[in-house]
Each structure stands twice: as C-alpha cells, then as structure tokens.
Design a protein around this ligand. Sequence first.
Ligand code: NAD
Ligand code: DAU
Length: 353
Amino acid sequence: MTILVTGCAGFIGSNFVRQWLSSCGEPIVNLDKLTYAGNLASLDDFKADARHIFVTGDIGDHVLVSRLLSEFKPRAVLNFAAESHVDRAILGPEDFVQTNIVGTFKLLEAVRGYWNALPEAERSAFRFLHVSTDEVYGSLTPADPPFAEDNRYEPNSPYSASKAASDHLVRAWHQTYGLPVLTTNCSNNYGPYQFPEKLIPLVILNALSGKPLPIYGDGLQVRDWLFVEDHCRAIMRVLDAGKIGETYNIGGHNEMANIDVVRTICAVLGELRARPDGKAYADQITYVKDRPGHDRRYAIDARKIGSDLGWRPLETFETGMSKTVAWYLSHPDWVEGVTSGAYRGWVAKQYGA
Ligand code: NAD
Ligand code: DAU
C-alpha cells in the first residue's frame, strides 16, 4: 500500500512525512512544486529512504498527477499543497487562486478519474483528505463561541477565501460524484521547519539577530496555537477513522494574544540563549502597521475529533514552544538555507526598512 501526499516539502507536510515514516512502513509519494516555501532540506533525513518518493511538480498538472496515480496506485491522497501565507496573499493574490482553487480542482479531477476506475474493494477503501484551515470561518469577537464544524464560512482574506473555495470544491466532489473525502480545518501551527515568514519563527530568528520583533496593530489579535506534530497525528487519525464526507476541526485549546506569544518566545529564548548584552529580548518588540483586514480572533471547538476519534493534543504551549526554540537554535544550517536572498527580498517588501 502507498499514499500520495502533496505539498510535503513545506512546514506541516515535511513534519507529516517524518511522523508517517517513523510510525508505519507504508511508502509515501510526495508531490511538491518546490515554491519558495518548499524545501528539500526539510526532508534530508529521507534522502536514502526508499519509502519516500519525491516528485517535483504541480497539483494542477493533470497529466503528471494522473501518471503518478496510475503508477503508484495509492490507497489515499492527502492534499497539503497550498499557498499559505496571509501577508503574501494580500500583496499578490493570484498564486493563491491558482494553486488553492484551480490546483485543488485539477487534483480532484485527476483523483476522480483514478478512483472511478478502481476495482470495487479499492474504490470503497480509498480516501481523499484535504488539509484546510480555521481561517475559512472568519473572525470571532471575544464573546463568540469557538468555531464548530457547522460554523458558517466567512473568509476575510484572499488566502482564507481561496482555502474556503477549495473546501467547497472538495465537498461538492463528494456530494456530486461520491468521491470519499475528508476535510480537516486546523488552527495555527508552530514547530520545527516552519518558514520564517510566519510569526513564531520570524520572531525567534529576528530576536537572535538583534532585529525588531514586529507586532501588527495592537498585538491583541488571538490565535489558537497547536504544535505541528499534534496536527499531524490528528490528520493520521482522521485518515484512519474519519467518516467519509465529514469535516473535523483541529485545535490546541490554547488561545493566546500575539503579544503574549511573542513575550513567551522572548522568555524561552532568554533561558536557552541569553542576549549577549544581558538585556531582555522583549526590548526588541516593535509595534508596526496592522495587516489589512486582520482577523481579530480564531478559536477552535475540537470536541468532535476528541469524542469521535479520540484525538487530543499531547503538547502544551510551553513544552511545544521550548522544543521549537531549541530546534531553531540547533539547526543553523537549515535556517541559513531558508534565509538567503529571496527571503531577504520578502522581508524588505513586507516590513520596509
Ligand atoms: P507551507 O507554505 O509551509 O508549504 C506549502 C507547500 O506546498 C510547499 O512545500 C510548496 O512548495 C507546496 N506547493 C505550493 N503550491 C503547490 C502546487 N501548485 N503544487 C504542488 N505543491 C505546491 O504551508 P504549511 O504551513 O505547511 O501548510 C500546509 C497546509 O496546511 C496548507 O494547505 C495550509 O492551508 C494548511 N494549514 C496550515 C496551517 C498553519 O498554521 N501553517 C494551519 C492550518 C492549515
Ligand atoms: O489559522 C491557521 C492559519 O494560521 C493558517 O491557515 C495559515 O496558513 C498560517 O499562515 C496561519 O495564519 P496567520 O495569519 O494566523 O499566521 P501568521 O504567523 O502570519 O500570523 C500570526 C498572527 O501574528 C497574526 O495575527 C498576524 C500576526 N503577525 C504576523 C507576522 C508575520 C504579527 O503581528 N507580526 C508579524 O510579523
């Protein structure tokens, strides 16, 4: 048996490959376009591992995807591939429409063709799992209950609108064509191998290099943070036991304001590698212009995956953050590789001087 995953040279996907191969022997075919966010160095451990087959390519390439499906005959396809950064979507939404909407459509069509031609036993065992986000539900006020699976979709950014569209396509391919789909909507992830355009790795690396720690607006926006390995375990659980056609919300039961997240990082860094001048990393905190359309609060009601599938997060924010900071401190080569020219160009464009 084999599974086909997409976008697994990125942050969550590379963690998923690592967890999959350490917990079962089933081979994994990994299709990734290697955009700026895809990084083969995140998969270095598997260079010589015959169970990991890496293919460079686009989920929107019907011919390539169909060839991979007929060659490897996977029992499941897991779609992690996406343009994933909200700030990039604001500055240039087109790639988000192309990959997240058109790409998902093309992938669904290739998978439908493959699935239709499978013998009955394999057809009924097959699954298409779509990895999505809590951002599709929009923004909460402090008094609102957390997002449940039946929450109305109210995306506010080009990124979340494109992910919402992809979720709708996945749902429609189940309702109309019977494709056996599963969708997961997860909260903010953090952990090893996250590209340092996202808040947590950006703050860790800026702190270490004596740069400002940029806080958008008043810093009181709230996110629900989940350690990436907990997310990967949840995806495996949904793949194993999720009910066809259902969606599962995944979260860390850990709502925090951005400013508190950044202060926690500063404190953990202070313990693991004190600032050479003895001052506090928190002195580097700098309030900057807010993100346009910035969602105020996300929170996840993860009771369904807990009660139906028995999943719950294993890490607390404290343990997960210590592991994360320690990982960035002990992987200077990986950091050096991802913070080269193109990354510096992004930082200059987004944060100016
Ligand atoms: P990422 O940006 O780190 O990685 C995305 C990967 O997809 C990269 O390796 C990139 O090369 C690849 N890719 C992009 N376009 C592609 C295409 N057209 N064809 C094939 N590969 C392509 O993203 P991530 O943070 O790992 O997120 C993975 C998935 O999880 C995304 O679908 C995202 O929406 C979702 N998600 C992310 C979070 C989070 O906090 N990071 C939370 C919930 C859901
Ligand atoms: O909620 C799930 C989503 O979480 C995923 O779907 C996205 O792919 C992922 O990127 C993430 O989106 P966010 O926009 O919440 O993550 P980001 O790390 O970009 O920002 C987290 C919060 O921190 C957000 O409120 C914006 C703020 N922020 C971010 C950056 C990069 C800052 O204050 N300063 C910054 O420099």
